[in-house]
Design a protein around this ligand. Sequence first.
Ligand code: NAP
Length: 244
Amino acid sequence: MSKVALITGATRGIGKQIALTLAEQGYDIAVNYRTANEELEETKKEIENKNVKCIPVQGDVSNFEDTERFVKEIIEKYGKIDVLVNNAGITKDTLIMRMKKEDFTNVIDVNLTGTFNVTKNVIPYMMKARTGRIINISSVVGITGNAGQTNYSASKAGIIGFTKSLAKEVASRNILVNAVAPGFIETSMTDVLKEEVKEDIASKIPLRRMGKAEDVANLVKFLVSEDSSYITGQVINVDGGMLM
Ligand code: NAP
């Protein structure tokens, strides 16, 4: 019986690449999406081309009832969830002087509370199975901070605390929980940056380039494999050496 992976926010960018990489490893995939669009159809097709099953599950991760519903849908169809990747995330960057309260709470609600909501609904099944892997996508700015991102950095730092606490709670059930902290990765999230800003960022990265979604997905592939069965509660950076 194939293993099952749920990836949130997986219609594009890093989430899509993680879904494709795990599909290549033989996982049946549940792709969580918020908005149905062509990207979703394309992602589903690409996953199915790898000869595994793919079910798209609609839901806003910041809405607890949505997450309760779509986790049940996956259990009804696949019977289990072996791997959860909490990837869905948003930015609403601005300096605190201009930041509205909703800009702060929306980012926390999706990135941090969303991670709680999905995990809370998945964990009973992993506890019962006495096995599971949870990967939370944080960010290097959750460690360093970044001007213009008090909301985003707080959410990503929160994910690190969440990851370590959960890892301690569930280790005895053989459930491993780790966080991945990407640096600057080429996706639609960073496409909004001006070309000169991107060049400036790349010049300060020791490997002299922005990362690719594959760079993050390859680490996730390792963290769900048997090769990482003694690693839990860790935050691993994928950042071209930006943070050291
Ligand atoms: P992206 O291209 O903007 O993709 C984000 C995905 O999350 C989209 O599929 C989006 O779907 C989904 N999403 C957003 N809000 C959601 C919600 N409430 N419920 C369900 N899905 C939702 O971003 P990305 O660059 O791939 O980022 C993926 C993750 O990596 C995020 O957690 C991000 O913070 C983190 N990260 C990215 C970078 C980077 O440089 N790119 C660096 C560090 C960390 P919709 O289209 O429906 O909104």
